[in-house]
Design a protein around this ligand. Structure first.
Ligand code: ZN
Length: 348
């Protein structure tokens, strides 16, 4: 303490009055109270803040715990779904293997089917060319004129023309509502061959079974026998041996009946010249030119014509046909079981 202040104390306060001291003391007290209040207030506030923060932290902790729990559950689920996925994948693999094995089985079956089809086709194709005996080709320039589906209202006119040229022909007869079966004896008496063409000429009936065919053939055979006293062994299949219409009614029937009729002593005949008179209404000149054109360059011919109601132009064409064929050097003969068959080849 400096000497001056020491002096002032010693002199009993000197420059400071009692009142002044009091105010100073009061001021200091007020200051201390204020400072204490501020400190207390600050402490309380900080304490509250701390409490709030603690609550918030606790809340956050709870949230985190919940989140963790949820995460764990999700992980569990994920694991389960992964397990499921693995099991599904395993099933998928098994199914795939089964598919592959089925596919291979399928391919094998397909191959077998193809082979069977090929075998069947080869069987059918060999059936298409049955070894049906056929008489050898004639040596001369012979013409066999043939008339199918009669007798009819045209038969007598045909007989008259043939007689005029002294030409012998063959009639493949039927016996149904449209035919004049009573002309058979007259045809036979004129020296022509009576051939068999079935009684009904109904494709749906005759080609529905082998038995039905032979029943119909026997019917016309008996009828002819009853009229002329002969069993004709010359025949022509309706539609020819190469007809494919019969497929509709019975698959493979021609392959059976063609060799069978041959075994039974019949000779069947197709043709190698078609007058075309079966289709539509051809003019007589067209019918004649069809025959004469097809006959050219052939050494022997079997000519298909029709003796049926409505085939008037065939009758009209006949003279021109005979004269034209004579000019080409042909002679005429009726078919017998010894004649060449002009077989087309079986297609059913
Ligand atoms: Zn016919």
């Amino acid at each position: 303490m400096c000497d001056k202040i020491k002096l002032m104390h010693e002199k009993g306060g000197g420059f400071m009055t009692k009142k002044t001291k009091y105010y100073i003391l009061l001021g200091v007290n007020i200051f201390l109270v204020l400072a204490l209040s501020i400190a207390v207030f600050g402490f309380v506030k900080r304490n509250n803040d701390y409490k709030d923060a603690k609550t918030e932290i606790k809340h956050k902790q709870t949230t985190i715990e919940q989140q963790t729990k949820t995460n764990k559950e999700l992980e569990e689920k994920l694991k389960q779904s992964e397990d499921n996925k693995a099991s599904i994948q395993a099933e998928l693999d098994t199914t795939k293997q089964e598919n592959e094995s089925l596919e291979s089985e399928n391919a094998k079956l397909k191959t077998e089917i193809t082979q069977l089809k090929a075998k069947k086709a080869s069987a059918v194709s060999s059936a298409n060319k049955p070894a049906v005996p056929q008489n050898p080709q004639p040596t001369g320039k012979v013409c066999y004129l043939t008339f199918d589906d009669g007798p009819s209202a045209n038969t007598l006119k045909i007989l008259e023309i043939l007689n005029r040229y002294n030409v012998k022909a063959t009639f493949f007869v039927v016996d149904n509502a449209q035919t004049k079966i009573e002309y058979v004896p007259q045809i036979h008496a004129a020296g022509h061959t009576i051939g068999l063409h079935t009684a009904s000429h109904n494709y749906a009936k005759i080609y529905s079974s082998v038995d039905n065919y032979f029943a119909d053939l026997n019917a016309i055979s008996s009828k002819v026998n009853s009229l002329i006293g002969l069993d004709s062994k010359v025949l022509r299949f309706p539609g020819g041996s190469s007809n494919t219409t019969s497929r509709k009614y019975c698959q493979g029937i021609m392959s059976v009946i063609a060799p069978k009729v041959t075994e039974m002593g019949y000779t069947y005949f197709d043709w190698n010249v078609d007058s075309g008179d079966a289709s539509g209404h051809l003019s007589s000149s067209k019918i004649a030119s069809n025959v004469l054109q097809q006959a050219r360059n052939k050494t022997s011919i079997c000519v298909l014509m029709h003796d049926a109601v409505g085939k008037v132009t065939t009758v009209d064409a006949l003279s021109a046909i005979i004269e034209g064929l004579i000019n080409q050097g042909f002679y005429f003969a009726p078919l017998t079981t010894e004649s060449h068959g002009y077989h087309h080849g079986i297609q059913n």
